[in-house]
Design a protein around this ligand. Sequence first.
Ligand code: TMP
Length: 208
Amino acid sequence: MTQGSFISFEGGEGAGKSTQIRRLAERLQTAGHDVVVTREPGGSSGAEAIRELLVNGEADRWSPVTETLLMYAARRDHVERVIRPALAEGKFVLCDRFADSTRAYQGAGGDAPASLIAALEDHVLAGTVPGLTLILDLPAEVGLARAEARGGAARFESKGLPFHERLRAGYLEIARQEPERCVVIGADAALDAVTDAIWAAVAQRLNL
Ligand code: TMP
């Protein structure tokens, strides 16, 4: 199965992913493409039910390993029921977070073993991975302040600044290791400048 039209958006809290995904979806649709916009954890009804367990409650409600397993249970349902069928129909799939969020949040931010996460990626995703990942990068304290003003998935926001600094470094390390898949976009710029940088990356990588 081709994943060329599977694009994930990643980044810490308050990076502005939702706005940018909406803008990219509109631009692709205007150009005549079918686009599915989805998110993780969630995106299918079963995965949305698991999301409720993950994003609410006390910061230490789940250990990083338990979180990893819940994320992957949700991800498998989402991949089976939404992502693979859409890709098979030739649609673009724009996903607000995917597997790199687990590497960054549970792996780099928490202490879930990289070997566990890698094994889950292999067996659970079985090749359904994005062809392009846009990592929206900004200082953790800037993103947390934005996220706090907006309200939202409070459980992860409450894990403290050092956690969010570790996960930011985790994302940059993923981009360093997989430059053919990942593009880092500075998200501390004006909204329209971020939109333009994203379009430039998409158009170049996907030959649009
Ligand atoms: P969001 O919808 O605001 O991005 O919230 C989802 C939260 O879940 C966010 O704080 C990041 C977190 N998360 C993980 O910790 N690991 C994951 O694999 C995913 C997909 C999300």
